[in-house]
Design a protein around this ligand. Structure first.
Ligand code: DGY
Length: 382
């Protein structure tokens, strides 16, 4: 073991599982205990460097649960394999920190934790949208600094979003949920950019539009943009919900920021490198009415130079999924991925992952990204 602090749960367990951070709740530990695992948990808050994880894996290790802050690549998967490991789960839905190809090559199944972050992350995107549009960070700093001398007609004028257009980049689970929150709650028209049409979202919002019309109100609309440029020009606020890969790195750069309305709101709860952060800083400096709400950053935990000084940017430290329910749910899913495969269960093949949070969960591993590539058996439909 390295010099970081570790605790051991269920030391008599026959299968050794390394967990690189403390996780919330008790249920995940019960799941691993029931699978006869000795669970070794790093209790230090520091991000573990690769050599510390290699040391923790050691010569005998059946499985690992890692964090999005750690680069799980060939070196770690090779060490896990050599130590007898047969499964890894990321404690995250996103897996841009994982070289899934390397894991597949080495025969290691890789799990993630979808389905329990959807509403929580969408709620944070909504929170950041309005915090930015209504200048909450600036106003709070002003008040706390004792600068408030009384109500003024011109104090912190922000943007009214009701009835305007919201743009969604990436209309998957979280993006579509955010879109519905903004359309249903704030009667915003939706434009989205995605490689694939989201027919469910479109038909849902068409039905909601019909409902509004039946009540004598203007219908909301929902359409897929033909290009990202079209979306950037049309939307009053834009929320990013895409994965990070080579096609989305620096998707938002100076040129594309220049296409957005000068008083637009840009929100990012996906992954920091989707925005070229230096370009955003420069844009916010020269466009004081432009606003941004950021949960993620290009080089976490470091912020681009100047970002911290900008009043038109609201920033929070990657907490979009930080509710107890979600973080405990993520722990349950990560543990179930590991325990499921150690117990020889098949892989769950349905989109609804919530049965794993219930009292009698399915006997399956909830979400294994490379199940197909490894030819793992799938759970039967009921
Ligand atoms: C994830 O799971 O990918 C999130 O970024 C964690 O908040």
């Amino acid at each position: 073991m390295s010099s970081y602090e570790w605790r051991i749960h269920h030391p008599e367990g026959q299968r050794r599982v390394v967990v690189t951070k403390e996780l919330p709740g008790q249920r995940w530990l019960d799941i691993l205990t029931a699978a006869d695992c000795r669970v070794e948990i790093c209790t230090s808050p520091d991000v573990l460097p690769t050599d510390a994880i290699l040391a923790a894996i050691g010569t005998t290790c059946d499985a690992a649960i890692g964090q999005l802050t750690e680069p799980w690549g060939d070196d770690l998967f090779r060490a896990l394999r050599q130590a007898g490991g047969s499964v890894y789960s990321n404690y995250a839905v996103g897996f841009n920190n994982v070289d899934v190809e390397a894991a597949t090559r080495l025969g290691i199944p890789v799990g993630n934790t979808p389905g329990v972050l959807t509403d929580t992350t969408a709620e944070m995107a909504v929170t950041l949208t309005f915090a930015a549009a209504r200048r909450i960070g600036e106003a709070e700093r002003y008040l706390r600094a004792g600068q408030y001398k009384g109500w003024l007609p011109t104090l912190f004028l922000g943007e009214l979003l009701i009835g305007k257009t919201v743009g969604i980049i990436g209309a998957g689970r979280i993006g579509a949920t955010y879109a519905r929150m903004m359309a249903e709650g704030h009667k915003m028209n939706v434009i989205y950019y995605d490689l694939y049409p989201n027919e469910e979202l479109e038909s849902y919002l068409a039905a909601y539009g019909d409902f509004l019309t039946s009540r004598g109100q203007a219908a909301v609309t929902c359409r897929r943009a033909g290009s990202i440029e079209e979306l950037l020009q049309a939307a009053d606020c834009i929320s990013i919900h895409t994965v990070l890969d080579d096609t989305t790195r620096h998707l938002i750069n100076a040129e594309r920021l220049g296409l957005m309305k000068t008083n637009a709101v840009l929100v990012n709860t996906s992954r920091g490198p989707v925005i070229k952060e230096d370009d955003l800083v420069a844009h916010c400096r020269t466009h004081p009415d432009f606003r941004a709400g950021l949960d993620v950053f290009e080089n976490e935990p470091v912020l681009a130079e100047g970002l911290n000084d900008l009043d038109n940017v609201v920033i929070v430290p990657h907490i979009a999924s930080a509710t107890s329910w979600t973080r405990q749910g993520m722990a349950t899913l990560a543990a179930s991925n590991v325990a499921g495969l150690l117990m020889g269960y098949p892989v769950w093949n349905r989109p609804d992952i919530l049965p794993f949070l219930e009292e009698n969960p399915p006997q399956a591993a909830p979400s294994i990204l490379n199940a197909d590539g490894l030819g793992l058996p799938l759970a039967e439909d009921p």
